[in-house]
Design a protein around this ligand. Structure first.
Ligand code: ZN
Length: 526
């Protein structure tokens, strides 16, 4: 995959990149199905623009008329954000003549509806679902309108395209999903097709429909349309399988008192690794998704669980556009060669899988509780740090046992150096949320143990003699904290380590002009 960072856009927080996927290995049937799915995905953009703001389509056609360089730039920014508001600037308008900020209810509710009015509406319970909008009838009374009515024209078109794609593909699980999703677009009942999506395992993979509810900032009820048209990454899928097969062995060898180890770990959520051909709608505005967990419907989760989908080429594009420039400033010259996307991505997989091991129940005075219940508001940061550090532990274990496929003499060095550089990427976003706090804990812990070293020229390096031991010690501290539900120990650790120290602050200051995210150009979808 080729990634370009255009110098023109270097000052924008969104680096322009080309996103490529090799579609040549698809069967002839899947190739034909792919073009139908791309067409359906483009129709998703149409619905999403309507959902995001009622004025979007009119504004877009005006923006398209202005072909001056400044006009083209405005259009591009509008398409990047799918509306006239900048998500990195607290959703403030960057165009004149529009609401000053994104509307909290987007276009899911009447613009002048208040929360109190909704709650006083006798039928409001029926409008608390994912798949309807709230409108006013001519007399001004609220009423719920299901998506299959509100977006009938586009959904009928998308339904037909999915049925055509279903006829073309030679994969049974894809055909089943497409036919059921095509029916859901018309019936507004998504349950069966969500279940079929959980079973979808095909070279050509698609996620299309109404899913996330973040744009409904009033209630978080209403789902926005999005689409990911992707191809399965077979090599990484094999790696996930290999790790999953060895998870019990890792659990049995965790640095944790044996009585806290889980003799039989539960089945973990399936992970699919794919490469994105095209994303649209809610999946393609503002900061780009590199991984997602779906579905959100609790009924499906109870029956089938949920699935994690990782977009490998999106991760790679972010790595090249963001992590490589960060590394060139925080690592010494001699360590640059150890920065590796393969190490980066393998550690992300290890992180996801090690969420599934370690303590998940806690005995408190004989009663059963969970680490989440016991560690309360500190839990998420502890658990994120645990997954990172146990991911490193797992990979080091596999390197030591000579089990890790493809490992060479420099694998550990690359893994730790890449982890060091990527900690700056996480810490740039601050320590207000769990991943940032968890990363600050690890960074400061490893620094205090001498496993990370601050060089006199301001760069950082890994002390390979100390790193595996420090990882093991931190894993033991975090796992034990979860196993006994030790809130006091967690509080002490986070108070001391979940902080940005002056040296780190100075280092982050030097990264300020680097891009924070990518603006992908889906080359293979053309
Ligand atoms: Zn995590």
């Amino acid at each position: 995959m080729k990634v370009w960072v255009l110098s023109l856009m270097l000052l924008s927080p969104f680096a322009k990149v080309d996103l490529n996927v090799d579609t040549s290995r698809l069967s002839a049937g899947d190739k034909a199905a792919l073009s139908k799915l791309l067409e359906a995905a483009r129709a998703v953009d149409d619905i999403f623009l309507t959902q995001y703001w009622s004025g979007n389509h009119k504004l877009l056609s005006e923006l398209r008329k202005d072909t001056s360089p400044a006009g083209k730039e405005r259009l591009e920014k509008f398409m990047l954000f799918k509306g006239p508001w900048d998500p990195l600037e607290e959703h403030k308008a960057f165009l004149p003549g529009v609401p000053a900020k994104k509307l909290p209810g987007a276009n899911f509710y009447p613009e002048n509806m208040t929360k109190a009015e909704f709650e006083a509406w006798p039928e409001h319970k029926q409008a608390e679902d994912f798949f309807s909008v709230v409108r006013r009838d001519p007399s001004g009374k609220l009423r719920a309108v299901p998506y299959n009515e509100e977006y009938k024209e586009q959904l009928t078109r998308m339904s037909n395209l999915l049925k055509e794609a279903a006829k073309l593909t030679d994969n049974e699980s894809l055909r089943k999903f497409l036919n059921l999703r095509a029916a859901a677009f018309l019936s507004n009942d998504y349950y069966e097709s969500d279940v079929a999506w959980m079973d979808l395992d095909a070279p050509l993979d698609v996620t299309i429909g109404p899913y996330e509810t973040y744009n409904d900032e009033i209630f978080g009820y209403k789902a926005s349309f999005e689409a990911y048209v992707t191809l399965r990454d077979d090599a990484e899928t094999k790696k996930v399988g290999f790790f999953s097969d060895h998870l019990q062995e890792i659990e049995d060898n965790l640095p944790l008192a044996p009585q806290y180890r889980n003799r039989k770990i539960g089945a973990s959520a399936p992970i699919r690794v794919v490469n994105e051909v095209l994303s649209t709608g809610d999946a393609a505005h503002g900061v780009r998704t590199a991984a997602f967990n779906l579905p959100n419907d609790e009924r499906v989760i109870r029956a089938k669980g949920s699935k994690r989908v990782m977009l490998k080429n999106v991760q790679e594009a972010k790595f090249k556009a963001i992590l490589e420039p960060i590394a060139s400033r925080v690592l010494p010259k001699a360590a640059q060669k150890d920065l590796s996307f393969d190490s980066f991505f393998t550690h992300i997989l290890a992180h996801e899988l090690t969420h599934g091991i370690g303590p998940h129940t806690v005995k408190v005075n004989g009663a059963e509780s969970s680490p989440r219940m016991q560690l309360k508001e500190l839990y998420s940061a502890v658990e994120e740090a645990k997954a990172d550090i146990c991911g490193l532990f797992m990979l080091q274990y596999m390197i030591d046992k000579k089990m890790l496929p493809g490992a060479g003499p420099d694998t550990a060095q690359k893994m730790y150096t890449t982890f060091l550089a990527s900690s700056f990427r996480t810490l740039r976003f601050g320590i207000t949320e769990a991943h940032g706090r968890g990363m600050a804990v690890q960074f400061n812990y490893l620094l205090d143990k001498g496993a990370f070293v601050h060089n006199s020229d301001g760069t950082y390096r890994v002390d390979m003699a100390k790193m595996p031991g420090a990882v093991r010690d931190l894993a033991r501290d975090l796992l034990t904290m979860e196993a006994v539900g030790d809130y006091k120990a967690a509080k002490e650790m986070l108070d001391k380590l979940a902080v940005i120290r002056p040296d780190m602050k100075a280092s982050l200051e030097k990264l300020k002009d680097l891009p924070t995210d990518i603006n992908p150009n889906h080359v293979s979808a053309r």
